[in-house]
Design a protein around this ligand. Structure first.
Ligand code: 13P
Ligand code: ZN
Length: 270
């Protein structure tokens, strides 16, 4: 038997890792990866399935291939049943429709958050000169819990998380965007998320989960992991006391930015 493409193996590993973190109860969360055609060796592509129109034309994704988790499928099953839990889609030459070309067995289909994934993929492809290839959505408990008690403002969430450990400012120096609760899987949540992705790599959906974008499997998973770790520390701090006795100062962040060559926006250094 021919070996699975390496990118599929890494995709499956990320699904399993997210499952083990407890971020994907039931069929929560989803993942897309913009694959290079030459990476897809060994997969038998089926070009006979119907084209499905996209609500919004995404011209810069024309001809692209994406590995995508299936709607209603558990991340836990990605490893055992990849052709059922996942699939590959191809975008048409106009960027106006997609078709499933591998996987999604027995009537499966791509994640219900496909609009948000593809719009974010489009924004990031454009703004990073094609470097970013991943969009990852997860439901990590601590950062979600914080969206019940902190004001839903980019400045507040970013600064609070940055204070929790130096890794946070190093991993998301541009900050974290916050959106209010919205109906999942809609064009509206997709539009607002991709607006935030023009500025940030990570966006919190209040009382729902996190959308993260990145260039590699490790960096994208690491970003989700770091946001949630910061969230976990903050939940512990707030559980002990509503007031912090001490925290890193604005000058501390400026010093760190200088040493590590970070561009930390002034709006978070208040
Ligand atoms: P899917 O099973 O359709 O990917 O939905 C999971 C989810 O997290 C929706 O926000
Ligand atoms: Zn979700």
């Amino acid at each position: 038997m021919m070996r699975q493409p390496e990118c599929l193996e890494k995709f499956i590993r990320m699904c399993s890792d997210g499952w083990l973190q407890g971020w994907h109860e039931n069929h929560g969360g989803n993942l897309t990866y913009r694959a290079k055609k030459e990476e897809l060796y060994g997969l038998e592509l089926d070009g006979g399935r119907e084209w499905i129109p996209l609500e919004k034309k995404l011209g810069n994704l024309a001809g692209d291939y994406f590995l995508v988790t299936g709607s209603g499928k558990s991340m836990r099953n990605a490893q055992l049943y990849p052709e059922d839990a996942l699939g590959l889609i191809e975008i048409n030459d106009e960027g106006s429709a997609y078709r499933m070309v591998w996987g999604f067995a027995d009537g499966g289909k791509p994640t219900s958050e496909l609009p948000a994934h593809l719009m974010c993929q489009s924004v990031k492809k454009e703004t990073t000169d094609g470097k970013y290839r991943f969009v990852y959505h997860a439901h990590p408990a601590n950062i979600i819990a914080l969206s019940f008690v902190l004001p839903l403002k980019d400045e507040i969430f970013t600064r609070e998380l940055w204070e929790m450990e130096p890794e946070c400012a190093m991993v998301f120096p541009a900050g974290l965007g916050v959106l209010p609760w919205m109906v999942p899987g809609t064009e509206k949540i997709a539009e607002l998320t991709c607006e935030k992705m023009k500025e940030y790599d990570v966006v919190l959906w209040a009382q729902h989960g996190v959308f993260a974008a990145g260039d590699t499997f490790d960096n994208t998973f690491g970003l989700m992991n770091t946001v949630e770790k910061g969230g976990e520390i903050l939940v512990k701090v707030l559980s002990m006391s509503p007031v912090k006795r001490q925290a890193p100062s604005v000058q501390d962040f400026k010093d760190m930015a200088r040493v590590f060559d970070l561009k930390l926006p002034d709006k978070f250094l208040f």
